[in-house]
Design a protein around this ligand. Structure first.
Ligand code: SAH
Length: 212
């Protein structure tokens, strides 16, 4: 990474630590991952700010604090192995997950974003992310079960397919709601799902319907 970007990435990691991200592994990966690679040229100067940024098609790259928190929750619960992400978007959250879990599966409904994300991950030598162009409401049944699932867009109701694709003791993290959204955690215990509300959040909607 260029030294100016490196300094910005270190400052961002420090800021996230001050905001309460405690997992050193997560902070380390955040610091080493070049977020500027995941945004357009005109926004690169803002890429290490702790904010969501537009990535085209009305979508956004998530705020680094939220990316770190969602990842940290998975690790705290003891999730290991294969994880699923719904909403590949820029590929930034996939890049973070790829450095902490063995295998990442990621579903995106907008083909052009998916292609761009794949190129970016390969440019960083991250090859353990498998991508699917499809509807995240359906999850990815042929790859299931997953130890962890992260949804990076807000769902009006819990996508039942995602709950069914969790392995036992697995965890689903999903923003629920429309204007008012709550980041919600579901932990599978056999046929039961234990629900915890984590924090109020603001994500783009998990669209129902056609893939494009
Ligand atoms: N994790 C991304 C966040 C992207 S924003 C990042 O780090 O950049 C959310 C993404 O979810 C968008 O790219 C949007 O196209 C996608 N999305 C919305 N509804 C979806 C659906 N039903 N299935 C799959 N992807 C969806």
């Amino acid at each position: 990474m260029l030294s100016s970007y490196k300094r910005s990435a270190s400052a961002l990691a420090l800021q996230l630590k001050e905001l309460g991200v405690a997992d050193e592994q997560v902070l380390d990966v955040l610091e080493r991952t070049p977020r500027h690679v995941f945004v357009d040229d005109v926004l690169k100067h803002k890429s290490y700010e702790n904010t969501a940024l537009p990535i085209g098609q009305g979508q956004t790259i998530s705020q680094p604090y939220i990316v770190a928190k969602m990842t940290e929750v998975l690790l705290q619960i003891g999730v290991k192995g294969k994880v699923l992400e719904i909403g590949t978007g820029s590929g930034y959250q996939s890049a973070i997950l790829a450095q902490l879990f063995d295998e990442v599966c990621s579903v995106e409904r907008i083909k052009s974003l998916q292609w761009q994300a794949k190129r970016r991950l390969h440019s960083l030598d991250l090859y353990n992310v498998t991508m699917k162009h499809g509807d995240g409401w359906q999850g990815w049944s042929s790859k299931a079960p997953f130890a962890g699932i992260i949804v990076t867009a807000a769902a009006k109701t819990v996508p039942e397919a995602l709950l069914s694709q969790l392995e036992d003791n697995g965890a689903l993290i999903v923003p629920l709601g429309e204007q008012e959204q709550q980041l919600t955690l579901f932990v599978r215990k056999g046929s039961q799902f234990i629900e915890h509300r984590l924090a109020p959040v603001r994500f783009v909607p998990l669209v129902a319907g056609d893939i494009i």
